[in-house]
Design a protein around this ligand. Structure first.
Ligand code: BGC
Length: 509
Protein backbone atom coordinates (compact mmCIF):
# COMPACT_ATOMS: atom_id res chain seq x y z
CA UNK A 1 0.00 0.00 0.00
CA UNK A 2 1.37 3.38 -0.95
CA UNK A 3 1.18 5.96 1.76
CA UNK A 4 -0.48 9.16 0.73
CA UNK A 5 2.51 11.11 2.03
CA UNK A 6 4.48 9.59 -0.83
CA UNK A 7 2.38 11.60 -3.22
CA UNK A 8 0.84 14.52 -1.40
CA UNK A 9 2.78 17.54 -0.21
CA UNK A 10 1.87 18.61 3.31
CA UNK A 11 0.34 21.93 2.22
CA UNK A 12 -2.35 20.16 0.23
CA UNK A 13 -5.72 20.65 1.87
CA UNK A 14 -7.52 17.73 0.35
CA UNK A 15 -10.70 16.35 1.82
CA UNK A 16 -10.68 12.78 3.04
CA UNK A 17 -12.61 11.67 -0.03
CA UNK A 18 -10.26 13.55 -2.38
CA UNK A 19 -7.24 11.96 -0.69
CA UNK A 20 -8.78 8.49 -0.96
CA UNK A 21 -9.63 8.74 -4.65
CA UNK A 22 -6.36 10.42 -5.59
CA UNK A 23 -4.36 7.87 -3.68
CA UNK A 24 -6.08 5.08 -5.49
CA UNK A 25 -5.40 6.84 -8.81
CA UNK A 26 -1.76 7.14 -7.79
CA UNK A 27 -1.64 3.42 -7.14
CA UNK A 28 -3.05 2.64 -10.55
CA UNK A 29 -0.72 4.97 -12.41
CA UNK A 30 2.49 4.34 -10.47
CA UNK A 31 4.75 1.64 -11.87
CA UNK A 32 6.94 -0.06 -9.29
CA UNK A 33 10.40 -1.40 -10.11
CA UNK A 34 8.97 -4.93 -9.96
CA UNK A 35 6.29 -4.02 -12.51
CA UNK A 36 8.91 -2.46 -14.78
CA UNK A 37 10.90 -5.67 -14.54
CA UNK A 38 7.90 -7.81 -15.51
CA UNK A 39 7.17 -5.53 -18.46
CA UNK A 40 10.80 -5.61 -19.61
CA UNK A 41 10.92 -9.41 -19.52
CA UNK A 42 7.71 -9.63 -21.53
CA UNK A 43 8.97 -7.01 -23.99
CA UNK A 44 12.13 -9.04 -24.67
CA UNK A 45 9.98 -12.18 -25.08
CA UNK A 46 7.74 -10.43 -27.60
CA UNK A 47 10.85 -9.22 -29.46
CA UNK A 48 11.94 -12.86 -29.83
CA UNK A 49 8.53 -13.88 -31.13
CA UNK A 50 8.70 -11.08 -33.70
CA UNK A 51 12.21 -12.00 -34.80
CA UNK A 52 11.33 -15.63 -35.34
CA UNK A 53 7.80 -15.65 -36.73
CA UNK A 54 6.08 -13.94 -39.64
CA UNK A 55 2.64 -14.65 -38.19
CA UNK A 56 0.53 -11.93 -36.60
CA UNK A 57 2.32 -10.68 -33.50
CA UNK A 58 2.42 -7.74 -31.13
CA UNK A 59 5.91 -6.50 -32.04
CA UNK A 60 6.28 -6.57 -35.82
CA UNK A 61 10.15 -6.52 -35.64
CA UNK A 62 10.44 -5.45 -39.27
CA UNK A 63 13.77 -6.01 -41.07
CA UNK A 64 14.55 -2.71 -42.80
CA UNK A 65 17.18 -3.85 -45.31
CA UNK A 66 19.42 -1.14 -43.86
CA UNK A 67 22.65 -2.92 -43.02
CA UNK A 68 25.47 -1.07 -41.34
CA UNK A 69 25.50 2.43 -39.92
CA UNK A 70 26.97 5.72 -41.13
CA UNK A 71 30.29 6.73 -39.59
CA UNK A 72 30.16 10.47 -40.25
CA UNK A 73 32.35 10.45 -43.35
CA UNK A 74 29.44 10.36 -45.79
CA UNK A 75 29.20 13.22 -48.28
CA UNK A 76 26.71 14.46 -50.86
CA UNK A 77 23.40 16.29 -51.25
CA UNK A 78 20.09 14.43 -51.20
CA UNK A 79 16.40 15.23 -51.18
CA UNK A 80 14.53 13.98 -48.13
CA UNK A 81 10.88 13.73 -47.29
CA UNK A 82 9.37 13.26 -43.86
CA UNK A 83 5.72 12.32 -43.34
CA UNK A 84 4.47 11.16 -40.00
CA UNK A 85 2.12 13.66 -38.47
CA UNK A 86 0.44 16.94 -39.20
CA UNK A 87 3.44 18.28 -41.12
CA UNK A 88 5.10 17.11 -44.27
CA UNK A 89 8.72 18.22 -44.42
CA UNK A 90 10.64 18.40 -47.66
CA UNK A 91 14.40 18.86 -47.18
CA UNK A 92 17.63 19.23 -49.03
CA UNK A 93 20.37 17.70 -46.90
CA UNK A 94 24.02 18.22 -47.65
CA UNK A 95 26.28 15.77 -45.83
CA UNK A 96 29.69 17.34 -45.58
CA UNK A 97 31.66 14.44 -44.10
CA UNK A 98 33.40 14.98 -40.74
CA UNK A 99 29.99 14.53 -39.02
CA UNK A 100 28.87 17.94 -40.36
CA UNK A 101 25.80 18.68 -42.43
CA UNK A 102 23.57 21.43 -43.73
CA UNK A 103 19.80 21.25 -44.06
CA UNK A 104 17.28 23.38 -45.93
CA UNK A 105 13.70 22.47 -45.36
CA UNK A 106 10.14 23.53 -45.79
CA UNK A 107 7.09 22.26 -43.93
CA UNK A 108 3.70 21.78 -45.56
CA UNK A 109 0.59 21.32 -43.43
CA UNK A 110 -1.22 18.03 -43.89
CA UNK A 111 -4.83 19.09 -43.34
CA UNK A 112 -7.35 17.01 -41.36
CA UNK A 113 -9.07 16.34 -44.68
CA UNK A 114 -5.89 14.90 -46.24
CA UNK A 115 -5.30 12.63 -43.25
CA UNK A 116 -8.49 10.79 -44.14
CA UNK A 117 -8.64 11.37 -47.91
CA UNK A 118 -8.02 8.70 -50.50
CA UNK A 119 -4.31 7.88 -50.56
CA UNK A 120 -4.01 9.10 -54.18
CA UNK A 121 -5.01 12.58 -53.03
CA UNK A 122 -2.45 12.45 -50.21
CA UNK A 123 0.34 11.30 -52.57
CA UNK A 124 -0.56 13.96 -55.17
CA UNK A 125 -0.29 16.58 -52.44
CA UNK A 126 3.16 15.23 -51.52
CA UNK A 127 4.31 15.27 -55.16
CA UNK A 128 3.15 18.87 -55.60
CA UNK A 129 4.87 19.91 -52.35
CA UNK A 130 8.14 18.36 -53.55
CA UNK A 131 7.79 20.22 -56.85
CA UNK A 132 7.19 23.51 -55.03
CA UNK A 133 10.25 22.95 -52.85
CA UNK A 134 12.48 22.07 -55.80
CA UNK A 135 11.38 25.20 -57.66
CA UNK A 136 11.63 27.56 -54.70
CA UNK A 137 15.09 26.29 -53.71
CA UNK A 138 16.28 26.14 -57.35
CA UNK A 139 17.44 22.56 -56.90
CA UNK A 140 18.84 20.85 -59.94
CA UNK A 141 20.29 17.42 -60.65
CA UNK A 142 23.71 19.05 -60.66
CA UNK A 143 23.78 19.46 -56.90
CA UNK A 144 21.88 16.38 -55.84
CA UNK A 145 23.44 12.92 -55.96
CA UNK A 146 22.16 10.49 -58.55
CA UNK A 147 23.68 7.21 -59.61
CA UNK A 148 23.39 7.67 -63.37
CA UNK A 149 23.87 10.74 -65.53
CA UNK A 150 20.14 11.31 -65.76
CA UNK A 151 18.44 14.48 -64.53
CA UNK A 152 16.38 12.56 -62.03
CA UNK A 153 16.77 13.64 -58.41
CA UNK A 154 17.18 10.92 -55.77
CA UNK A 155 15.02 11.12 -52.68
CA UNK A 156 14.89 9.34 -49.31
CA UNK A 157 11.41 9.00 -47.80
CA UNK A 158 10.85 8.80 -44.06
CA UNK A 159 7.36 7.43 -43.62
CA UNK A 160 6.47 7.10 -39.95
CA UNK A 161 3.92 4.31 -40.04
CA UNK A 162 4.23 0.53 -39.80
CA UNK A 163 5.46 -0.76 -43.15
CA UNK A 164 6.63 -4.30 -43.94
CA UNK A 165 9.69 -3.70 -46.08
CA UNK A 166 10.62 -6.01 -48.93
CA UNK A 167 13.64 -3.94 -49.98
CA UNK A 168 15.20 -0.64 -48.98
CA UNK A 169 12.97 1.01 -51.60
CA UNK A 170 9.78 -1.02 -51.24
CA UNK A 171 7.33 -1.68 -48.44
CA UNK A 172 3.69 -2.40 -47.78
CA UNK A 173 1.67 -0.42 -45.23
CA UNK A 174 0.45 -2.66 -42.39
CA UNK A 175 -1.91 -0.18 -40.75
CA UNK A 176 -2.37 3.53 -40.26
CA UNK A 177 -1.72 5.05 -36.83
CA UNK A 178 -1.77 8.51 -35.18
CA UNK A 179 -5.13 9.57 -36.63
CA UNK A 180 -4.36 8.88 -40.31
CA UNK A 181 -6.94 6.83 -42.13
CA UNK A 182 -6.46 7.19 -45.90
CA UNK A 183 -8.25 4.44 -47.85
CA UNK A 184 -6.27 2.63 -50.53
CA UNK A 185 -2.95 2.53 -48.69
CA UNK A 186 -3.03 -0.48 -46.36
CA UNK A 187 -1.57 -3.46 -48.23
CA UNK A 188 -0.04 -1.27 -50.96
CA UNK A 189 3.59 -0.41 -51.66
CA UNK A 190 4.15 3.09 -50.34
CA UNK A 191 7.13 3.80 -52.58
CA UNK A 192 5.13 2.83 -55.65
CA UNK A 193 2.21 5.01 -54.58
CA UNK A 194 4.51 8.01 -54.25
CA UNK A 195 6.45 7.25 -57.40
CA UNK A 196 3.17 7.00 -59.35
CA UNK A 197 2.10 10.40 -58.01
CA UNK A 198 5.48 11.94 -58.92
CA UNK A 199 5.14 10.51 -62.43
CA UNK A 200 1.54 11.71 -62.70
CA UNK A 201 2.59 15.22 -61.72
CA UNK A 202 5.71 15.04 -63.91
CA UNK A 203 8.09 15.66 -61.03
CA UNK A 204 11.48 14.31 -62.01
CA UNK A 205 12.32 12.59 -58.72
CA UNK A 206 13.13 8.94 -57.99
CA UNK A 207 12.25 7.49 -54.58
CA UNK A 208 15.48 5.67 -53.71
CA UNK A 209 14.80 4.63 -50.12
CA UNK A 210 11.97 4.23 -47.65
CA UNK A 211 12.64 4.32 -43.92
CA UNK A 212 10.67 4.58 -40.72
CA UNK A 213 11.37 7.71 -38.64
CA UNK A 214 13.04 5.62 -35.94
CA UNK A 215 15.43 4.19 -38.53
CA UNK A 216 16.07 7.67 -39.89
CA UNK A 217 16.76 8.89 -36.37
CA UNK A 218 19.17 6.02 -35.72
CA UNK A 219 21.04 6.75 -38.96
CA UNK A 220 21.14 10.50 -38.30
CA UNK A 221 22.43 9.99 -34.74
CA UNK A 222 25.05 7.52 -36.02
CA UNK A 223 26.27 10.11 -38.47
CA UNK A 224 26.98 12.37 -35.49
CA UNK A 225 27.89 9.83 -32.79
CA UNK A 226 29.65 6.49 -32.95
CA UNK A 227 28.05 3.52 -31.22
CA UNK A 228 24.42 4.53 -31.73
CA UNK A 229 22.43 1.41 -31.00
CA UNK A 230 18.81 2.62 -30.85
CA UNK A 231 16.76 5.27 -32.64
CA UNK A 232 13.55 6.18 -30.81
CA UNK A 233 10.65 8.57 -31.20
CA UNK A 234 8.71 9.97 -28.25
CA UNK A 235 6.46 12.47 -29.99
CA UNK A 236 2.96 12.32 -31.46
CA UNK A 237 3.55 8.56 -31.64
CA UNK A 238 6.25 6.33 -30.24
CA UNK A 239 8.49 3.60 -31.63
CA UNK A 240 12.06 2.32 -31.68
CA UNK A 241 14.57 0.76 -34.07
CA UNK A 242 17.86 -0.90 -33.17
CA UNK A 243 20.80 -2.77 -34.61
CA UNK A 244 20.29 -6.55 -34.48
CA UNK A 245 22.78 -9.31 -35.25
CA UNK A 246 21.72 -10.90 -38.53
CA UNK A 247 21.94 -14.37 -36.95
CA UNK A 248 19.01 -13.52 -34.66
CA UNK A 249 16.69 -12.52 -37.50
CA UNK A 250 14.88 -15.70 -38.55
CA UNK A 251 12.28 -14.07 -40.77
CA UNK A 252 14.70 -13.38 -43.65
CA UNK A 253 18.22 -14.10 -44.81
CA UNK A 254 20.98 -11.59 -45.43
CA UNK A 255 24.70 -11.70 -46.07
CA UNK A 256 25.26 -8.74 -43.77
CA UNK A 257 26.37 -9.09 -40.13
CA UNK A 258 23.77 -6.72 -38.77
CA UNK A 259 20.55 -5.11 -39.82
CA UNK A 260 18.40 -2.34 -38.38
CA UNK A 261 15.06 -3.65 -37.12
CA UNK A 262 11.98 -1.44 -36.86
CA UNK A 263 10.35 -2.77 -33.70
CA UNK A 264 6.97 -0.96 -34.00
CA UNK A 265 6.84 -0.98 -30.20
CA UNK A 266 3.65 1.11 -30.12
CA UNK A 267 1.85 -2.22 -30.47
CA UNK A 268 3.62 -3.90 -27.52
CA UNK A 269 1.27 -6.17 -25.55
CA UNK A 270 -1.82 -5.17 -27.49
CA UNK A 271 -3.83 -7.80 -25.60
CA UNK A 272 -2.90 -6.09 -22.32
CA UNK A 273 -1.53 -9.23 -20.67
CA UNK A 274 1.00 -7.27 -18.62
CA UNK A 275 0.38 -3.61 -19.43
CA UNK A 276 -1.24 -2.03 -16.37
CA UNK A 277 -4.02 -0.23 -18.24
CA UNK A 278 -6.53 1.74 -16.21
CA UNK A 279 -10.20 2.35 -16.98
CA UNK A 280 -9.10 5.75 -18.33
CA UNK A 281 -6.76 4.10 -20.86
CA UNK A 282 -9.47 1.65 -21.86
CA UNK A 283 -11.93 4.48 -22.42
CA UNK A 284 -9.43 6.28 -24.64
CA UNK A 285 -8.68 3.12 -26.61
CA UNK A 286 -12.33 2.25 -27.11
CA UNK A 287 -13.12 5.75 -28.39
CA UNK A 288 -10.08 5.94 -30.70
CA UNK A 289 -10.20 5.22 -34.44
CA UNK A 290 -8.09 2.08 -33.94
CA UNK A 291 -9.33 0.28 -30.81
CA UNK A 292 -7.19 -2.62 -29.58
CA UNK A 293 -4.19 -1.43 -31.59
CA UNK A 294 -1.10 0.45 -30.34
CA UNK A 295 -2.30 0.30 -26.73
CA UNK A 296 1.26 0.94 -25.47
CA UNK A 297 1.63 3.98 -27.73
CA UNK A 298 -1.64 5.27 -26.31
CA UNK A 299 -0.09 5.25 -22.80
CA UNK A 300 3.05 7.11 -23.86
CA UNK A 301 2.79 9.45 -26.76
CA UNK A 302 1.87 13.07 -27.22
CA UNK A 303 -1.21 12.37 -29.25
CA UNK A 304 -2.83 10.61 -26.28
CA UNK A 305 -1.45 11.84 -22.93
CA UNK A 306 -3.77 14.85 -22.84
CA UNK A 307 -6.76 12.65 -23.56
CA UNK A 308 -5.92 10.22 -20.73
CA UNK A 309 -5.60 13.21 -18.41
CA UNK A 310 -8.93 14.61 -19.63
CA UNK A 311 -10.58 11.27 -18.85
CA UNK A 312 -9.18 11.32 -15.31
CA UNK A 313 -10.18 14.94 -14.73
CA UNK A 314 -13.77 14.23 -15.86
CA UNK A 315 -13.84 11.18 -13.57
CA UNK A 316 -12.93 13.46 -10.65
CA UNK A 317 -15.38 16.15 -11.73
CA UNK A 318 -18.20 13.61 -11.93
CA UNK A 319 -17.54 12.67 -8.30
CA UNK A 320 -17.60 16.38 -7.37
CA UNK A 321 -13.96 16.17 -6.26
CA UNK A 322 -12.75 18.80 -8.73
CA UNK A 323 -14.06 22.23 -9.80
CA UNK A 324 -17.08 21.60 -7.55
CA UNK A 325 -18.33 19.12 -10.09
CA UNK A 326 -18.47 21.58 -13.02
CA UNK A 327 -16.82 20.93 -16.36
CA UNK A 328 -16.65 23.13 -19.49
CA UNK A 329 -17.57 22.54 -23.15
CA UNK A 330 -13.87 22.36 -24.06
CA UNK A 331 -13.02 19.83 -21.38
CA UNK A 332 -16.10 17.81 -22.30
CA UNK A 333 -14.96 17.57 -25.91
CA UNK A 334 -13.04 14.51 -27.15
CA UNK A 335 -9.34 15.58 -27.45
CA UNK A 336 -10.28 18.87 -25.74
CA UNK A 337 -7.26 18.74 -23.39
CA UNK A 338 -3.95 18.79 -25.26
CA UNK A 339 -0.67 17.29 -24.08
CA UNK A 340 0.96 20.71 -24.38
CA UNK A 341 -1.25 21.87 -21.47
CA UNK A 342 0.21 19.08 -19.34
CA UNK A 343 3.73 20.30 -20.12
CA UNK A 344 2.82 23.84 -19.10
CA UNK A 345 1.02 22.63 -15.97
CA UNK A 346 3.95 20.45 -14.85
CA UNK A 347 6.24 23.40 -15.44
CA UNK A 348 4.39 25.59 -12.96
CA UNK A 349 6.38 25.52 -9.73
CA UNK A 350 4.88 28.65 -8.24
CA UNK A 351 3.29 28.47 -4.80
CA UNK A 352 -0.02 29.91 -5.97
CA UNK A 353 -0.21 27.96 -9.26
CA UNK A 354 -1.58 31.04 -11.01
CA UNK A 355 -0.11 29.96 -14.40
CA UNK A 356 -2.24 26.81 -14.10
CA UNK A 357 -5.27 28.98 -13.36
CA UNK A 358 -4.57 30.86 -16.58
CA UNK A 359 -4.54 27.65 -18.63
CA UNK A 360 -7.72 26.46 -16.97
CA UNK A 361 -9.44 29.76 -17.69
CA UNK A 362 -8.08 30.79 -21.08
CA UNK A 363 -7.64 27.44 -22.76
CA UNK A 364 -10.26 25.31 -21.07
CA UNK A 365 -12.95 27.78 -20.05
CA UNK A 366 -12.89 26.71 -16.38
CA UNK A 367 -13.28 30.02 -14.59
CA UNK A 368 -13.95 28.81 -11.08
CA UNK A 369 -10.90 26.97 -9.80
CA UNK A 370 -9.39 26.95 -6.36
CA UNK A 371 -5.78 26.36 -5.39
CA UNK A 372 -6.73 22.82 -4.35
CA UNK A 373 -8.27 22.24 -7.80
CA UNK A 374 -5.05 23.39 -9.44
CA UNK A 375 -2.95 21.15 -7.20
CA UNK A 376 -5.12 18.20 -8.15
CA UNK A 377 -4.86 18.97 -11.88
CA UNK A 378 -1.07 19.17 -11.58
CA UNK A 379 -1.01 15.95 -9.58
CA UNK A 380 -2.96 14.10 -12.29
CA UNK A 381 -0.62 15.43 -15.00
CA UNK A 382 2.36 14.21 -12.96
CA UNK A 383 0.89 10.72 -12.65
CA UNK A 384 0.19 10.41 -16.37
CA UNK A 385 3.46 12.07 -17.44
CA UNK A 386 5.63 10.04 -15.11
CA UNK A 387 4.06 6.75 -16.13
CA UNK A 388 4.71 7.62 -19.78
CA UNK A 389 8.38 8.31 -19.11
CA UNK A 390 8.84 5.09 -17.14
CA UNK A 391 7.16 3.01 -19.83
CA UNK A 392 9.36 4.70 -22.44
CA UNK A 393 12.47 3.82 -20.43
CA UNK A 394 11.22 0.25 -20.08
CA UNK A 395 11.13 -0.14 -23.87
CA UNK A 396 14.67 1.24 -24.20
CA UNK A 397 15.91 -1.01 -21.38
CA UNK A 398 14.34 -4.09 -22.99
CA UNK A 399 16.04 -3.37 -26.31
CA UNK A 400 19.38 -2.86 -24.55
CA UNK A 401 18.87 -6.21 -22.78
CA UNK A 402 18.18 -7.94 -26.08
CA UNK A 403 21.44 -6.49 -27.40
CA UNK A 404 23.33 -7.55 -24.27
CA UNK A 405 21.96 -11.09 -24.20
CA UNK A 406 22.25 -12.16 -27.77
CA UNK A 407 22.91 -9.23 -30.01
CA UNK A 408 25.44 -6.65 -31.04
CA UNK A 409 26.21 -5.54 -27.45
CA UNK A 410 26.88 -9.05 -26.14
CA UNK A 411 30.64 -9.03 -26.33
CA UNK A 412 31.23 -5.75 -24.54
CA UNK A 413 30.79 -6.76 -20.91
CA UNK A 414 28.66 -3.78 -19.99
CA UNK A 415 27.98 -3.33 -16.27
CA UNK A 416 24.22 -3.69 -16.69
CA UNK A 417 21.63 -6.09 -15.30
CA UNK A 418 20.26 -8.53 -17.86
CA UNK A 419 17.57 -9.93 -15.57
CA UNK A 420 15.87 -9.09 -12.29
CA UNK A 421 18.09 -11.13 -10.00
CA UNK A 422 21.17 -10.69 -12.03
CA UNK A 423 24.29 -9.35 -10.42
CA UNK A 424 25.63 -6.64 -12.66
CA UNK A 425 26.72 -8.57 -15.73
CA UNK A 426 30.15 -7.19 -16.31
CA UNK A 427 31.41 -7.89 -12.81
CA UNK A 428 32.52 -11.36 -13.90
CA UNK A 429 34.30 -10.40 -17.07
CA UNK A 430 35.59 -6.96 -16.10
CA UNK A 431 33.86 -4.01 -17.68
CA UNK A 432 35.39 -2.17 -20.59
CA UNK A 433 33.27 0.87 -19.87
CA UNK A 434 34.64 3.46 -17.52
CA UNK A 435 32.11 5.19 -15.30
CA UNK A 436 32.06 8.55 -16.97
CA UNK A 437 28.69 10.05 -16.05
CA UNK A 438 26.12 10.67 -18.72
CA UNK A 439 26.95 13.36 -21.21
CA UNK A 440 30.61 12.42 -21.20
CA UNK A 441 31.82 10.61 -24.23
CA UNK A 442 33.51 7.30 -24.53
CA UNK A 443 33.30 5.14 -27.58
CA UNK A 444 31.71 2.35 -25.58
CA UNK A 445 28.68 4.26 -24.40
CA UNK A 446 25.44 2.80 -25.75
CA UNK A 447 23.83 5.71 -27.56
CA UNK A 448 20.12 6.17 -28.02
CA UNK A 449 19.19 8.84 -30.57
CA UNK A 450 15.79 10.30 -29.71
CA UNK A 451 13.49 12.66 -31.53
CA UNK A 452 10.03 13.86 -30.60
CA UNK A 453 8.31 16.67 -28.78
CA UNK A 454 7.48 14.67 -25.66
CA UNK A 455 11.12 13.78 -24.99
CA UNK A 456 12.32 17.22 -25.93
CA UNK A 457 9.74 19.42 -24.25
CA UNK A 458 7.81 17.52 -21.59
CA UNK A 459 9.21 18.58 -18.20
CA UNK A 460 11.31 15.97 -16.37
CA UNK A 461 10.70 13.33 -19.06
CA UNK A 462 14.38 12.62 -19.60
CA UNK A 463 15.25 12.52 -15.90
CA UNK A 464 12.28 10.23 -15.20
CA UNK A 465 13.50 7.95 -17.96
CA UNK A 466 16.99 7.79 -16.47
CA UNK A 467 15.55 6.94 -13.03
CA UNK A 468 13.62 4.01 -14.50
CA UNK A 469 16.62 2.87 -16.55
CA UNK A 470 18.65 2.74 -13.34
CA UNK A 471 15.94 0.67 -11.68
CA UNK A 472 15.81 -1.84 -14.53
CA UNK A 473 19.42 -2.01 -15.71
CA UNK A 474 21.23 -1.23 -12.46
CA UNK A 475 22.74 1.93 -11.10
CA UNK A 476 25.40 2.18 -13.81
CA UNK A 477 22.71 2.62 -16.45
CA UNK A 478 22.95 6.39 -16.69
CA UNK A 479 26.72 6.15 -17.07
CA UNK A 480 26.53 3.63 -19.86
CA UNK A 481 23.30 4.38 -21.74
CA UNK A 482 23.17 7.91 -23.17
CA UNK A 483 19.81 9.29 -24.24
CA UNK A 484 20.59 11.99 -26.79
CA UNK A 485 18.44 14.35 -28.81
CA UNK A 486 18.52 13.71 -32.54
CA UNK A 487 16.41 16.71 -33.50
CA UNK A 488 14.84 16.41 -36.96
CA UNK A 489 16.71 13.14 -37.35
CA UNK A 490 14.11 11.88 -39.81
CA UNK A 491 15.13 14.23 -42.62
CA UNK A 492 18.85 13.60 -42.25
CA UNK A 493 18.17 9.88 -41.84
CA UNK A 494 16.16 9.80 -45.07
CA UNK A 495 19.06 11.45 -46.89
CA UNK A 496 21.48 8.91 -45.42
CA UNK A 497 19.16 6.08 -46.49
CA UNK A 498 19.04 7.52 -50.03
CA UNK A 499 22.83 7.64 -49.98
CA UNK A 500 23.07 4.01 -48.83
CA UNK A 501 20.53 2.92 -51.48
CA UNK A 502 22.08 4.84 -54.39
CA UNK A 503 25.57 3.61 -53.46
CA UNK A 504 24.23 0.03 -53.23
CA UNK A 505 22.48 0.24 -56.57
CA UNK A 506 25.51 1.88 -58.20
CA UNK A 507 27.64 -0.93 -56.73
CA UNK A 508 25.36 -3.65 -58.06
CA UNK A 509 25.23 -2.39 -61.67
C1 BGC B 1 4.10 4.38 -36.00
C2 BGC B 1 5.58 4.16 -36.16
C3 BGC B 1 6.32 5.46 -35.93
C4 BGC B 1 5.90 6.09 -34.62
C5 BGC B 1 6.61 7.41 -34.33
C6 BGC B 1 3.78 5.08 -34.70
O1 BGC B 1 2.42 5.37 -34.62
O2 BGC B 1 3.43 3.13 -36.03
O3 BGC B 1 5.88 3.64 -37.43
O4 BGC B 1 7.69 5.21 -35.94
O5 BGC B 1 4.52 6.30 -34.61
O6 BGC B 1 6.35 8.35 -35.30
Amino acid sequence: MLSSSQFLSPHFKWSERQSQVLESLAQEFTLSTAQLETLTTEFVRQMHVGLTSTKSKDLAMIPTFVTGRPDGHERGSYLALDLGGTNLRVCLITLKGDRQLEAHQRAFKVSDHLQEADVTELMDFIAISIQEFISSEHISAKIVEHPSDSDTLELGFTFSFPVTQTAIDAGVLLRWTKGFHCPGAVGSDIVQLLQDALNRKKVNVHVAALVNDTVGTLLAHSYKHANTFIGAIFGTGTNGAYVESARNIKTMTTDADEMIINIEWGNFDKDKTVLPVTMHDNKLDRESINPGIHVFEKMISGMYLGEITRNVLLYLIDQRLLFEGTSSPTLNRHWGFETKFMSAIEQDNSSTLIPIAQILEQDLGIYLNTQVDREIVKFVCQLVGKRAARLSAMAVAAVVRQGLKAGTLAEHGYPLKVSANDEVQAKQNGSKVEAVGHGASTKDIIRVGIDGSVFEHYPHFEERMYEALDEILGSSAREVVALGIARDGSGVGAALAALIATKNSAGST
